[in-house]
Ligand binder design. Structure first.
Ligand code: ADP
Length: 520
């Protein structure tokens, strides 16, 4: 049976657990993939938000450059006139400090903000430093592409300079620069756009890393916890930073992974549980099949022994081979005893099958347990002493009558005494006692036999169960006796207590409630 169980366990393992492990591994693997994909998607989204912001800033400056270009390439007037035109052009703009035009080595300033004092020398140095960018602008223009170019500016704080090339009315290429107040530009031009593209989902921050200064913040973006950052194209000394408003991307991805992980684990738990339940059920079925086939062989064995004895002694008597009366008497006794044993077994089986079919009915009446015990032992005493048993009965005084089926209780007592005899090989002593504890009347059968291990104590009341190890193995039985006792006691709303130690003996105590209304 063990082999069969092992094979079953292995089969369940292979059929259920292996695929589960396999699926789990694949899932965990794809979880990592998913994580990466989600992260990639998020990053792409974030990147595109920053791109849109940069693009917008560029197109705004591009737009202003075009207007300025238009103005400069047509204006033939003097400085005052041009300044007046510019003031008109920039009347609504608060982020242009000044416009300058570079002619040879001279810078002509047109201050839009009258309080602005141009840093002429610094601008000259910057133009010099950005010579290659200016040359590139010129090449682009020759190819028909006129663009703006931010100057790399490490000299003038809090100002950004954007340059472009234009043609004077005389057709000469000249350089124009817009000196911009980035803070004003960001707050006036960029803020509405940033709010629009961040859609309540992202926090955006514009900061200068060098001076560790934040010039704009939408939401609660923390410089130390940004999901992405990009250089601000038109103001290269600034950076655009972005983070998710609810949580960072890694938090989000981690939360999703956790959720998936928990679901996978829950699924595994269910699979393992189902496998375990399946295994347990199959094990029970296998055990039950084994128990049933044991039962059939036990019963056959139980029946065969008395039948063989009866047949043998009856035949001897019939043939008149027994000479002395004494011997004849002895043979009659044996035939009587064995018939009694046979009918006991058959009664037990009948009683059990009735009980199983739910057809056993009990007839309850007030019963005196003491006299019931006396009567049962009267008929059993011969059997006991004949088998070399010393027995002692101690009945409690003044026991109230209990509401019981006396026949059924007698059956239970006989079964217990029968077991006490069967499972006592060396020390043949049986003690039967009755008494009262609280609201219960008890009946205890104590032997000094082989006892029952703790592990088996839980099982012996199950039908067909027999202890299959050690000495007990040699004793015949059906495994029905104690299950009958339990059913009888249950029908009386009573309880069974068992105290037993292997090698020392057992005490079975039946407890019946004093004021039981069973059956009434
Ligand atoms: P049976 O005696 O026919 O095997 P029971 O249901 O009466 O069936 O008992 C179940 C098992 O409990 C027995 O096989 C035996 O191992 C154990 N058992 C019952 N009574 C005793 C006892 N008094 N001492 C030791 N073992 C016992």
């Amino acid at each position: 049976m063990n082999k069969l169980l092992k094979q079953t366990g292995l089969l369940i393992g292979i059929i259920i657990l292996l695929p589960a492990i396999f699926i789990t591994l694949i899932e965990i693997n794809s979880l990592n993939e998913n994580e990466k994909t989600i992260e990639r998607v998020f990053n792409k989204q974030i990147e595109s938000v920053l791109y849109t912001i940069n693009q917008y800033a560029q197109s705004v400056t591009e737009d202003w450059k075009n207007r300025l270009d238009f103005l400069l390439s047509r204006s033939r007037g003097g400085k005052e006139e041009i300044l007046a035109d510019m003031n008109k052009l920039f009347s609504d703009v608060n982020w242009i400090e000044s416009v300058f035009i570079a002619r040879e080595n001279n810078l002509q300033f047109y201050n839009i903000n009258p309080s602005y004092i141009p840093e002429e020398d610094s601008i000259k140095i910057l133009l010099d430093k950005n010579r290659s960018e200016i040359e590139r602008l010129s090449i682009y223009r020759k190819q028909g592409y006129s663009k703006v170019q931010p100057l790399k500016n490490d000299l003038i704080r809090n100002k950004a300079i954007i340059i472009f090339l234009f043609d004077t009315p005389e057709g000469k290429e000249e350089l124009c620069g817009m000196i911009i107040n980035p803070e004003n530009f960001i707050n006036r031009v960029m803020a509405p756009k940033i709010q629009e593209v961040s859609m309540e989902e992202y926090s955006v921050v514009i900061f200068s890393e060098e001076v560790n200064e934040v010039v704009f913040r939408e939401g609660k973006a923390d410089l130390l916890d940004l999901d992405d950052r990009k250089q601000f194209w038109i103001f290269p000394q600034y950076y655009l930073g972005i983070s998710l408003k609810s949580a960072t991307i890694s938090d989000l991805v981690r939360a999703r992974s956790w959720l998936s992980m928990i679901l996978i684990m829950a699924m595994n738990l269910v699979i393992v549980l189902a496998g375990f339940i399946l295994y347990r059920n199959i094990r029970k079925q296998i055990e039950f099949t084994q128990i049933k086939s044991d039962f059939v062989s036990n019963v056959s064995h139980e029946l065969r022994t008395p039948l063989a004895l009866i047949s043998m002694f009856a035949e001897t008597l019939e043939m008149g081979r027994v000479r002395t009366e004494e011997k004849k008497q002895e043979y009659y006794n044996i035939i009587h005893r064995e018939t009694h044993r046979l009918s006991n077994i058959v009664n037990k089986i009948l009683s059990f099958s009735k009980m199983e079919a739910g057809k056993r009915s009990f007839s309850f009446s007030p019963t005196d347990l003491n006299s019931l015990v006396d009567e049962a032992l009267d008929t059993y005493s011969f059997h006991l002493s004949n088998n070399g048993f010393k027995y002692e009965v101690s009945t409690g005084e003044f026991l109230p009558a209990i509401n019981a089926d006396s026949e059924a209780i007698t059956e239970a007592v006989v079964n217990l005494v029968d077991n006490a005899m069967k499972y006592s090989e060396e020390k043949k002593e049986i003690k039967i006692s009755t008494g009262r504890v609280d609201d219960y009347i008890f009946l205890a059968v104590k032997d000094s036999g082989m006892g029952i291990s703790k592990e088996d104590q839980e099982k012996i009341f199950e039908k067909f169960f027999r202890v299959s190890s050690g000495l007990v193995h040699n004793t015949k039985g059906t495994g029905l006796g104690l299950s009958l006792v339990k059913q009888i006691v249950d029908a009386h709303k009573g309880e069974i207590k068992l105290e037993s130690k292997p090698g020392e003996g057992s005490t079975f105590t039946l407890l019946f409630p004093v004021n039981s209304d069973s059956g009434s």
